[in-house]
Design a protein around this ligand. Sequence first.
Ligand code: PLP
Length: 398
Amino acid sequence: MAGTELFGPEERKEVMDVLETGILFRYGFDQDRNGHWKAREFEAEIAGFTGAKHCLACSNGSAAVSIMLAAAGVGAGDEVVVPPFTFIATIEAVLWTGAIPVFAEIDDTLNLSPEGIEAVITEKTKAVCLVHMCGSMARMDEIIAICNRHNIILLEDTAQALGAFYKGRHLGLFGAAGSFSFDFFKIITAGEGGAVITNDKDIAERMPLISDHGHDHIGDNRGAEHHPILGFNFRMGELNAAVGLAQARKLPRILQAQKVNKKRIKSAIARFAPVTFRHLPDPDGDAATFINFFLPDHRTTVKVVEEFNNADVFGLQYWYDNNYHYIKNWHHLKDFSVAAKLPVQIIDPDRNYRDVQLPKSDDLLSRLISMIIKVSWTEDQLTDHIDKVTGALDRVLG
Ligand SMILES: Cc1ncc(COP(=O)(O)O)c(C=O)c1O
């Protein structure tokens, strides 16, 4: 939630630019908009920061995953390998595309493991959708090699990893495309917003059509534009883009603060011998939005969570028990009677998500504790946070 901590005059100025012209739509009205193209500027900012050749801003991160899948050619009946630890939007986007999510195991990177992916590949596997959870990367080299060997499209849901790099390259640029979310809870926010980045020219050409009813955006008369394909409305509006633009310019400062604060917390926790940290294949590339660590067993983890709650530790996440980031509690996915109430039947009735067995992921998640890293902590507040965390760990681990 770093971005929301830093709202200020910069966001207000960008929003006022838009309100003063009254042009809230991202396309056209060239004469009336006083030179303000916030969505375009936001796209340029994200492309510049990540090093992507192309960027399309859109309405939210869920839409971004949908655009990415469709633009990469994933469609009805295709299998897409997905992790059980993600926000359910990744899975929903695969389903709405008409494709079939196939769950694979994660490892101690908290992301899909190469072994897990390899174990579920079939002749129907069209894509792997990595989700770089909590600001850091999967074991990229091995996963890229698997996708190449099996001729599978690699996609990256990078909603939680803006600012994360692997060996100097931004996440989201290792496969066909990468998607971002700028909802209220992300490292930077547009209120609601998303984006897709790619270095692939064909994908880049398809994305704006998919996100705007197939409009080809050629010429200066929207009513006369052609529609080579059917699309949908996933457009970003100028007001959201204005907020996102001001926030994107704060990204280097946010990353710097997160890294400094995380380092302090990590070194304080590291003195507790039973604690192990999430594996970071490239520690320098971690966006440091969260600190993630494992306890030796489920029982001890539950005790630590309880102590953290009693101590009112800021930003605590025990994903294993919450109902929106881990498959264990996705009853709306597992229960076909609920799924059948959707306007379209999107779940293959022959596929029973109740029976998905992921013992490695289950073990890891049951022992995982995550905490959000704040950027606006004062020295006193950070010290207080560390005292609460270490005090609680002391009480459980001795
Ligand atoms: C991994 C992941 N993918 C997709 C999304 C969806 O983003 P949005 O909330 O902008 O639709 C989120 C949001 O939390 C997410 O964490």
